[in-house]
Every structure is written in structure tokens, then in C-alpha cells.
Design a protein around this ligand. Structure first.
Ligand code: PLP
Length: 452
């Protein structure tokens, strides 16, 4: 029998619907609250921020949502993405486990993020929006949205966390190549930015501050809307194309995962892979385990509170019930920039609270060690974010060997690390610091949780 290394789908086999997990949840989602009245938000409250089609998806109880043809046509450029069997890694680890990874790094910008960026740009264009604003940390989301806006003829304005703007010029170049305007945040363009600069002219910025600026820009002009790259229900739904493809690919492999692993920043790449498999478990067809992986420097699920909090720093966004480290929390400057958000997708939180998803946290040195081990066996250099999933998959494979219990492990390789080589340099030179749970900083930030 042939030993397969990859499982591919043809363009025709690509799923034509996204999976919305909301109607299948074991417990319903708590309502999102208005930041001022603290009452459940209405679609009208959200209309200055998002197009109606996305607001409808945000609250939808339809299990399957048809992917519009223009979105499918863009997806076809790099989708379906490959599912790899990591045979050389299995050999290197001397494990009886079967390790599979779904590789989202084949998209033009090198991560899963275009799966939702393309959809969001499409719906905004359809409703006559002229320009999208957004925030970006390390630049992955900004690159994805800039590309999507270029495809659909929208202007794009990106508030990029100032420290990343200075330290990570290449992603800024990517966004500018796609025609976006990139502004270091905090900036003097907005009330929110000016307020932060008045208190601290040298502020390095944070994702929470950049969100405040992007939201303010959107609400002050009716032809402009705001776009978010993770956390929200509609974003997670768009990402489920990943898991729907993986399910079909496992049929071709004549196998099924016992464990499904992914890194979590806001939760979208992990939800995208895991939710279709969680649907199978909720329906009683499989006993799969689910593991979400985060950095010890920003341990939102493992150490955060499950409470209502703002999505941004200034307090302009609606209140969301989620695991949070506090909207004022500024995590240490780890290299996995995409995992430094203070909150977590409410859909992931509900499933975590109900016991369907486990979580674990790792410091960055063991994460980079696992990434290098993976690269030497498989040839792909993982993004530092994705490397958290690699580490957990390797630990599972070692456990399989030590316990003498084979198992099939699936993880999401959410992106490649070709624009993160400076981080690898630091690791290889022994210059990476491990940050443990910053308990005091979190305690301080949690004091400012809004009361509801
Ligand atoms: C942004 C990013 C993440 C984290 O975001 P999620 O919404 O949790 O998926 C993970 N991996 C890569 C490669 C990213 O760019």
C-alpha cells in the first residue's frame, strides 16, 4: 500500500458552505451588551460598524451558510489547502501516533486570515461601503484585509501597533503594496489616539488601542466600516472552511482524528479547524478531544476570568462575555504577536466552559524548540503562533509513545514564518525570554472590568 504524505481535494470538492456552530451549542451564547446602556445590542446598534449581511451572520441560527460565488472564486486560488501526514516527524519522534496537519500557509499572505478577509471585503462592497478600517499587531491580519480590499476595489486603512510598525517593516510593506494606508497607532488622527499620546507620548501601542482608533474612524463616516480579524462569531464561521475540508480529507485517508489541536489568539483559526469536528462529537459520532494552545505570557483561557469585558482599550466596543485578562492588559512582547489579545472568542469560551475544549499554555522557548524540530523534519518553518500548536502536537505524540497508546493527531499549521525569521534568530542565539503568567499585571487590569 502507498504511504501517503498528503491528502488533496480538487476545486470541485471544495465545500460550498460555512458551518455556523451556534445552533448546536450545548449552552446558548450570552448576549452582547451595549457599552453605554448595558442592554443587549440590536442590529441597529452595530450598523455603523458592520454591513447588515455580517450582522445577520453574527446572530444567525442557520447551521449552514452558503459561501457566495465571488468568495469561492477567490478561495479557489489557494484552496482547498493540503492536509499533510507528518511521516518524517513521526519517525523523528519514534511515535506510534499518526500526525496530520492542515496547512493554511499556502494562502498568498501566508496564513488562514484571508478566509474571512475575502468574505468581509465582499459583503462590504456589496452594501456600497467605500473603505474599511482595521487594526493589526504584527501585520498578518492587515496584510490579509489589504489584499482582500484590493481584490474587491475597497480602500483600506490599517492602524498598526506602533512598536510592530517600527520593528516589522516587511508586513507594513506588504500592506502598502496592496494599496492600504498604514498608520502607526497610537496616532494623532483620532480622539482615542490623542488621549493615549497625551498620557504617554512614547506609548508603544497595543492591539486594544489600535482597535479603538479603527472603530472611531469607522463610526465617524457612513461610507466607512470596520473589520475585525478574529473573536466575532461571523469570523469564526468563515474559517470553518478549514475543518470542512479536513473532514473530507480524513475520509480519503481512511482515518479520523482522536485529538484536534490549534493555537488560540482570538480563537479563529482553531475554531475554523475544530468546529466541524466538534459538530461530529456533539452529534455523538466521535469521541475526539480538543486542545487549544496559548502562550504563558497571555494565558487568556487558562488564567483569565470569564466575564463581560470590552474588546478594545478605550471602551468603545460592545461588551462581550469571554475569557479576558482585562482590556487594559498589555502582554509582554513575545514573538507570537497574533496571540497577544486580552480576550477570546465567545464561541470558544462557551465550549471551553462546557468541557468540550481543553486548554494549555506554553512559554516561548519550548515552542520555538518544537518549531525547529518540526521544520527539520517537514521543511516548513511555522509562524510563531502556529508553533504553539506544533508543540502541543509533539507532546501528544510523545505521550502516545510513552503510554503505548497510538492515536491520530490533527493540528492547524495556521501560517508560515518567513516574515518571522528575526524571532527565530533570537531563539537560535539564546536571546528569547520566557514570560510566566504575569499575575500582577493581570490582577491590575482585571480591576477595570466593567460592571454589568
Ligand atoms: C493571527 C494569527 C493567529 C491567531 O489568531 P486566531 O484568531 O486565534 O487564529 C494564529 N496563527 C497565525 C499564523 C496568525 O496570523
Amino acid at each position: 500500500m502507498t504511504e501517503h504524505y498528503k491528502y488533496l481535494l480538487s476545486e470541485d470538492e471544495m465545500p460550498k458552505t460555512w458551518y455556523n456552530i451556534a445552533p448546536d451549542l450545548p449552552v446558548p451564547l450570552p448576549p452582547v451588551l451595549h457599552p453605554v446602556t448595558r442592554q443587549p445590542v440590536t442590529p441597529d446598534d452595530l450598523a455603523p460598524l458592520f454591513p447588515m449581511a455580517l450582522i445577520e451572520q453574527e446572530v444567525s441560527l442557520e447551521r449552514y451558510i452558503e459561501i457566495p460565488k465571488p468568495v469561492l472564486d477567490v478561495y479557489r486560488q489557494w484552496r482547498p489547502t493540503p492536509l499533510f501526514r507528518a511521516r518524517r516527524l513521526e519517525k523523528a519522534l519514534d511515535t506510534p501516533a499518526r500526525i496530520y496537519y492542515k496547512y493554511e500557509g499556502v494562502s498568498p499572505v501566508g496564513s488562514h486570515k484571508p478566509n474571512t478577509a475575502v468574505a468581509q471585503a465582499f459583503y462590504n462592497k456589496q452594501e456600497g461601503v467605500r473603505k474599511l478600517t482595521t487594526e493589526t499587531g504584527a501585520g498578518q491580519w492587515g496584510s490579509a484585509l489589504s489584499m482582500a480590499c484590493a481584490f474587491f476595489g475597497l480602500e483600506c486603512q490599517v492602524f498598526m501597533v506602533k512598536i510592530s510598525y517600527q520593528q516589522k517593516p516587511y508586513r507594513r510593506s506588504v500592506m502598502q503594496i496592496f494599496g492600504a494606508e498604514v498608520i502607526p497607532s497610537p496616532s494623532d488622527r483620532t480622539e482615542a489616539g490623542r488621549k493615549v499620546l497625551a498620557d504617554d507620548p512614547d506609548s508603544p501601542g497595543s492591539l486594544g488601542i489600535a482597535i479603538s482608533e479603527a472603530v472611531e474612524m469607522a463610526v465617524s463616516d457612513p461610507s466607512v466600516k470596520y473589520s475585525l480579524g478574529s473573536v466575532l462569531n461571523h469570523v469564526l464561521t468563515h474559517q470553518t472552511i478549514i475543518g470542512e475540508e479536513a473532514l473530507l480529507q480524513f475520509q480519503k485517508a481512511d482515518d479520523y482524528p482522536d485529538v484536534v489541536i490549534g493555537c488560540v489568539g482570538g480563537g479563529s483559526n482553531y475554531a475554523g479547524l475544530a468546529f466541524p469536528f466538534i459538530r461530529e462529537r456533539l452529534a455523538g459520532r466521535h469521541e475526539t478531544r480538543f486542545i487549544a494552545v496559548e502562550p504563558t505570557a497571555c494565558p487568556t483561557l487558562t488564567k483569565g476570568l470569564y466575564a463581560y469585558d470590552f474588546g478594545d482599550t478605550v471602551g468603545m466596543t460592545p461588551l462581550i462575555k469571554m475569557h479576558t485578562l482585562g482590556h487594559n492588559f498589555v502582554p509582554p512582547g513575545i514573538h507570537a504577536g497574533g496571540l497577544r489579545y486580552h480576550g477570546m472568542a465567545p464561541l470558544i469560551c462557551v465550549l471551553y466552559e462546557a468541557g468540550y475544549i481543553e486548554a494549555r499554555a506554553y512559554p516561548q522557548n519550548p515552542v520555538f524548540k518544537a518549531a525547529v524540530e518540526f521544520a527539520r523534519a517537514e521543511g516548513i518553518i511555522p509562524a510563531p503562533e502556529s508553533a504553539h500548536a506544533v508543540k502541543a502536537a509533539i507532546d501528544e505524540a510523545i505521550a502516545a509513545r510513552e503510554e503505548g497508546r497510538p492515536r491520530a493527531i490533527l493540528f492547524n499549521l495556521s501560517g508560515h514564518g518567513f516574515l518571522d525569521l528575526a524571532a527565530y534568530d533570537s531563539y537560535l542565539a539564546g536571546r528569547l525570554e520566557d514570560y510566566e503568567y504575569p499575575a500582577e499585571a493581570v490582577q491590575e487590569a482585571l480591576k477595570s472590568l466593567p460592571t454589568v
